[in-house]
Each structure stands twice: as C-alpha cells, then as structure tokens.
Ligand binder design. Structure first.
Ligand SMILES: Cc1cc2nc3c(=O)[nH]c(=O)nc-3n(C[C@H](O)[C@H](O)[C@H](O)COP(=O)(O)OP(=O)(O)OC[C@H]3O[C@@H](n4cnc5c(N)ncnc54)[C@H](O)[C@@H]3O)c2cc1C
Length: 466
C-alpha cells in the first residue's frame, strides 16, 4: 500500500462545487514569490480559516505579514467541498470514550469547544454577511440497535451525572417515542441537540476572496512536493517549500493538508490516514407531497455503520455514509487518496434512501441527483493534530479531523493563528489539550481507525496496518 498521497487532478464533481466562484482557479501572481513570511499549504476550510484569523489578529497599526496559500488543485476542492455539510458537534458519543480514557474534565473541553462552533459560526456568518446557507437547527441521532443505544445512553447519562455542561444541553428520547419524534422508521432511541448545516465551499471562498483583497497571495494548481529546513539569513526560522512551480522560502509553514499531510511530513504516516468517503444529493421532483425535513440526522445502525444527512433550503437532502456496502473491501476506502471515482455499490445504496427510512416519504419519488467521493484525514486516535510539529519550530499542523472537521476547524484555526501572531505556546491558546500534536501521540503504535469496523480483530487492524 502506498503512503505517497497527493491530491489527484480529476476529483469527482460534488454538488457543492457546481457553482464555482470566480477565484476557483485563482493565482494572485504569475510566478511564486521567492519568499513569504507565512506559507499555508491547502486552501480548504483549515487553510482559509488560519489565514483569516492571522489577518484578524495582527496589530492594525503594523503591516500584516506576507502570506502565500498554496493549493494543489482548485480553491477548496478537497474534503471541505465534498462533505455532508453537517456542522454537528459531538456531545456524548466519542466524548464518552474520551471521558473514560482521559477523565471527564478533559473530555468536556472537547465537547464545549465543538458545541461553541454552532453559535459562534452563526454570529460570524451574520456579522460578515456570508452567503453560505448556514442554518442552526437540531441534530437527531437516530439509533436502530437497542444494545448499542443502551451503551450510548449509559455514556450520555454518565457525562450528565459527572457534570459535563455540554451533554446536559442534549436530550434523549426513548424507544416508545423515538419514531414519532424523529419521523424515522424503526428508531429505537434518539439523542438531540443543537447543530448546523452549511454550504462550506461558499464559506471558504468568501474567506479567500476577502484575504485576496487584503493582499494574501493565493496560488491554486500549485502542488507542494517537499518541505525542508533551510538556513536563510533573511528569515527567522526558514523553511524551503518546493512546488511544481519552484521554491518559496518561509519563516512559518502551516500544513492545512488534512488527509495528505503524511506525504509532506512522514512523522504523520499511519497517524493521519486518508480514508475515502461517499456522499450524495437526493432531490425531490417539483410538486412532490412530502413534509420537508428541518432537522439534521444521523441514522446509526450499529457502532460502525451510520449515515448522516442534512436538509437543504431547496428541498434536497445531502446524505453521506453507505459504509455497510464497502467497509469489508478495505482497499476501496482505507489509505486511499483518489477521489476521482465513485464506488458503484455506494451509488446503489442510496437508491430509495428517503423512501426506505423516513415516514411519509414512500411516494415522494425522491431520486439521486449526484454522488461523489472525498478524502478524509482519519487520525489514529480520533483526535486532530494541532500545533507545532514536534521538533520542527516554525512548522505547524492543523489536520487529522477524522471526518468531523466542521465543528473543530474554525476555532482551532484561531488558536493556531494566535501561536503564529503572538508566538505563544499551544497551552496559551484556548484549544482542547487533547488536540495538541505531540511526540507521545506520534510514537503511539496503536490505531483505532480499523478497530471499530467489522474487519477489526487482528493485531494489524489495531495498528492500522491491515
Ligand atoms: C465525503 C465526506 C463527508 C464529510 N462529511 C462531513 C460532515 O458532514 N461534517 C463534518 O464535520 N465533516 C465532514 N467531513 C470532514 C470535513 O469535510 C473535513 O474535516 C474538513 O473539510 C477538513 O478541512 P481541511 O481544510 O483540513 O481539508 P481539505 O478540505 O481536504 O483541504 C486540504 C487541502 O489541501 C490541499 N493539499 C493537500 N496536499 C497538498 C499539497 N501537497 N500541495 C498543495 N495542496 C495540498 C488539498 O488539495 C485540499 O484542498 C467529510 C469529509 C468527506 C470527504
């Protein structure tokens, strides 16, 4: 299996990229600058958010640092433009495992940080008047497996009893009322709490447009091939960033490369693994008599099998998942960075999806409008890697969001910007301590990525090396 993961040039076309922004293929200059104080690699949600926060945090009386954003393909063409659009914090599921492993206070930091995104985002989108269809609503996590639901409920109740304020804001609906509450056939329990949904491509392009107008140099179609430490008299740390279009010297380099991070920094091999995900858009013919969904959903069949979906203002639905049809074929999804093809089995999985699962949708004639794939960066311990790459001053990382970056990245980027602008340590930001990238995490040979799947069980699976 190759560990050489770079974005392929011809990714599938997701719904979210069907209205390309004027900056989609933008290059601020014909040639690359020889030197830039800050180079950010990756123009997705993470890269654009870091640049946005840096520009917002510099002292208005001094001139801002030179920033160059290097993107291998079009602007925002990675996971951010291929996702489910779900801004859904975790308040009880992975949080309960974190509480068991690290204590409730440490887990509560993560829960609070994620939940903060939902309303902070609303405030920011309103303040900046960003046209990105951001809606705050309720997430309904529908459970189909009684035993798994019982385990989740135990974890939920334990967090509440232990004082986790974020979990307390959630609600559990039991088997007697779950179908009626959720509108989902066969529901045996539901957890509900605040969440949002968004057209993330539009959000990122708004940030990039503002950044370009502020003098940030955006270079699309510029894959970075290599990063090396270099002694340059003109710069504080000095990194050499080699691209297909020549080198750039920088004092600070930010890896906003999510799934592809380990190809540039081998320390992340096996720690951030590219995982292929599938999403689709389901449309409803005009005049169809269905009561439109207003809430977001996760439909969870068991510990490893779940789908997630959001309603859109135009009456369509974006659904992601379909894990049950490809999970046994490990090579089709694990350690895969090619988003240029869609798995046939996944396409058929979504046939009749709304009719099968939602009350009142049986005669809707809802149909699949488009299916696409995207590459997620799964971290071996399920937590993102944020901060200075151990032992590499001036090289920072913001990656490994494990298919769950929407409620983590914007405020994580604010913390990374603080580390760069104010030169403070990770501990002086407000980031959850578990998110810090550390040598201890990089040295840990264990991996959970394959552990919670039906192909788990072997020692190789636990090491993420199947
Ligand atoms: C199918 C799918 C569904 C998802 N659904 C959800 C969801 O509903 N909710 C949720 O919270 N999260 C979801 N996610 C995850 C979420 O989209 C990510 O966590 C988030 O978008 C990551 O943002 P990013 O900027 O770190 O990565 P990306 O958006 O992938 O951006 C990284 C960028 O770096 C560029 N790059 C990489 N290597 C190089 C290089 N060598 N040189 C130059 N450029 C490079 C890439 O081209 C890419 O544009 C989903 C992901 C997928 C794929």
């Amino acid at each position: 299996m190759s560990d050489n993961h770079f974005p392929v040039p011809n990714g599938t076309l997701p719904f979210w990229r069907t209205e390309p922004h004027v900056l989609d293929n933008h290059r601020s200059s014909d040639t690359l600058p020889e030197m830039s104080e800050i180079v950010i690699i990756g123009a997705g949600y993470a890269g654009a958010s870091v640049a946005h926060h840096i520009m917002g945090q510099v002292n208005p009386d001094s001139s801002p640092p030179s920033i160059t954003i290097l993107e291998a393909r079009q602007a925002c063409s990675g996971a951010t433009a291929r996702n489910g659009g779900h801004m859904k914090p975790d308040i009880y599921n992975f949080i309960a495992s974190l509480a068991a492993d690290y204590g409730v206070d440490t887990a509560a930091e993560v829960a609070e940080f994620e939940a903060k995104h939902v309303h902070a985002f609303k405030d920011f989108v309103e303040k900046e008047n960003i046209d990105c269809d951001y809606i705050v609503t309720q997430a309904i996590d529908v459970q189909f497996d009684r035993e798994h639901c019982r385990k989740l409920k135990d974890g939920f109740q334990r967090l509440v009893a232990d004082g986790c304020a974020t979990t307390k804001r959630g609600h559990f609906t039991d088997a007697d009322n779950a179908e009626e509450f959720s509108g989902v056939k066969g529901a045996v329990g539901c957890f509900s709490y605040d969440s949002g949904h968004i057209w993330a491509y539009k959000f990122v392009l708004h940030l990039l447009e503002k950044l370009v107008s502020q003098g940030v140099n955006l270079q699309t179609h510029t894959p970075v091939l290599n990063i090396t430490k270099e002694n340059s008299p003109g710069l504080r740390n000095s990194w050499r960033v080699d691209t297909e279009r020549g080198p750039i010297l920088a004092s600070t380099v930010v890896l906003a490369t999510n799934a592809y991070t380990s190809s540039l920094v081998p320390q992340y091999q096996g720690k951030i693994v590219p995982v292929r995900g599938t999403c689709c858009r389901i449309a409803v013919p005009p005049g169809s008599k269905v009561s439109q969904l207003t809430r977001t959903y996760t439909l969870r069949w068991n510990e490893w099998d779940f789908d997630y979906l959001i309603p859109r203002g135009d009456g369509s639905i974006v659904v992601g998942g379909a894990r049950s049809v490809f999970i046994h074929d490990r090579d089709s999804w694990y350690n895969v960075s090619d988003d240029s093809r869609v798995l046939k089995s996944a396409v058929h999985y979504f046939d009749g999806y709304m009719q099968r699962n939602f009350d009142g949708w049986e005669d809707s004639d809802a149909y699949i409008d488009r299916v696409w794939t995207g590459i997620m960066g799964y971290s071996s311990d399920g937590l993102p890697h944020i901060g200075t790459v151990p032992g590499q001053e001036g090289l920072l990382v913001l990656a490994g969001f494990t298919g769950h970056g929407m409620p983590q990245i914007f405020l994580a980027a604010e913390g990374v910007a603080k580390m760069i602008v104010d030169r403070v340590a990770f501990e002086e930001t407000e980031l959850p301590r578990l998110f810090k990238t550390t040598q201890i995490r990089l040295n840990n040979p264990k991996s959970n990525i394959l552990k919670k799947t039906p192909i788990a069980g072997s020692s190789e699976a636990n090491l993420g090396k199947l």
